[in-house]
Design a protein around this ligand. Structure first.
Ligand code: NCD
Length: 335
């Protein structure tokens, strides 16, 4: 059995060059590959498949997390196990060689040398997954890099929208045509927002953002993304309302508003949601700060697709792991 990264080529400095099966950001993934991942994830989510454990049998997936995580890490672990992979975890905390002064990169290279097929990585440094791509033979999947990106969350979000509106991933660049998505909250520091800003328009959605001035860098918004002056303006006519948490742990000033003041200005309540399209769904990648960006009545209300995002996240991550390990054909065979 060959390791996933065995065909990786090294340059004269011993650094690796490869393309295709790593997932560092969503922008570099061709629409055809996005369509394929979403199509296969939709198939996984809508039926029971009994032979999945053959897909990654004998493969090893390492969750290398240097930042807190609940959903993402366990969702990757569940996904890997459902496909039959061995799963290891590394927290880079005081129980590991980090306490003895080893750098995360040295730790990663040592773990790579054990024969890991895919590294699922989260770190507070933006660009960390790209760095690892150069040094590791294993394939690398970005599970959140500081204020950078969170590509598998955006894929889970896209699949949630497709499903809610009966759209087919096969439509590729037109799959979300005619749908307006409002991304609301801390856009500047939110990696989920960044990946969605790169993904949803490529699937045909119209995207509008809203949030306090300090939380949006208008100059950094991709072309075609509109900036609304208020939450109400963003919600008006939107079929999808995606609320995002204030990234307080990444803030350097500008977040002086109290939770109550933030909720009064930018929180999603049932009254505000009434401005959106009557069919509108409510999304949030979690963790929720209830009573801040979102009210209980909305988070737990009939329009909420928040837990569906979590369920579909497992399906998306199964496909992304199969892709990283070069086992898309094997997955296709069992679907
Ligand atoms: C997000 C993250 O960690 O980027 N959560 C997630 O992975 N589902 C969002 C956040 O922390 O606000």
């Amino acid at each position: 059995m060959t390791r996933a990264g065995a065909e990786v080529e090294s340059d004269e400095n011993g650094l690796h060059r490869r393309a295709g099966r790593d997932l560092c950001g969503i922008g570099g993934v061709p629409v055809d590959s996005l369509r394929e991942v979403l199509e296969m994830a939709a198939a996984l989510a809508s039926a029971r498949h009994d032979t999945l454990t053959e897909v990654l049998r004998g493969r090893t997936v390492l969750c290398f997390f240097g930042e807190p995580s609940t959903r993402t890490r366990l969702s990757f672990e569940v996904a890997a196990r459902r496909l039959g992979a061995e799963v290891m975890g590394f927290g880079n905390d005081q129980t590991t060689s980090a306490a003895k002064g080893e750098t995360p990169l040295d730790a990663a290279r040592n773990l790579d040398a054990m024969g890991v097929d895919a590294f699922v990585v989260r770190d507070r440094h933006e660009g960390w997954s790209q760095v690892l791509c150069h040094y590791l033979r294993a394939r690398v999947i970005n599970a959140g890099d500081g204020c950078g990106e969170h590509p598998t969350q955006a894929l889970a979000d896209a699949l949630t929208i497709l499903e809610a509106f009966g759209r087919r991933p096969e439509m590729g660049a037109n799959a979300l045509a005619g749908l307006r998505v409002a991304l609301c909250g801390d856009i500047r520091r939110g990696r989920v927002a960044h990946s969605n800003l790169l993904l949803l328009p490529r699937l045909g959605a119209e995207v509008v953002v809203a949030g306090p001035t300090g939380m949006i860098d208008a100059a950094a918004l991709p072309e075609g993304v509109a900036l609304a002056g208020s939450l109400e303006e963003a919600l008006a006519g939107s079929q999808v309302v995606m609320m995002l948490r204030i990234q307080r742990e990444r803030a350097s000033g500008g977040l002086e508003a109290s939770d109550d003041a933030y909720h009064a200005g930018w929180g999603l309540s049932a009254a505000r949601l009434a401005a959106a399209d009557p069919r509108a769904i409510v999304m949030h990648p979690g963790p929720l700060n209830r009573g801040v960006e979102i009210a209980d009545e909305v988070a737990d209300g009939p329009r909420s697709r928040i837990l569906r995002q979590v369920t579909l996240g497992v399906a998306v991550r199964m496909v992304v792991l199969a892709r990283a390990c070069g086992r898309m054909d094997a997955l296709r065979e069992v679907l």
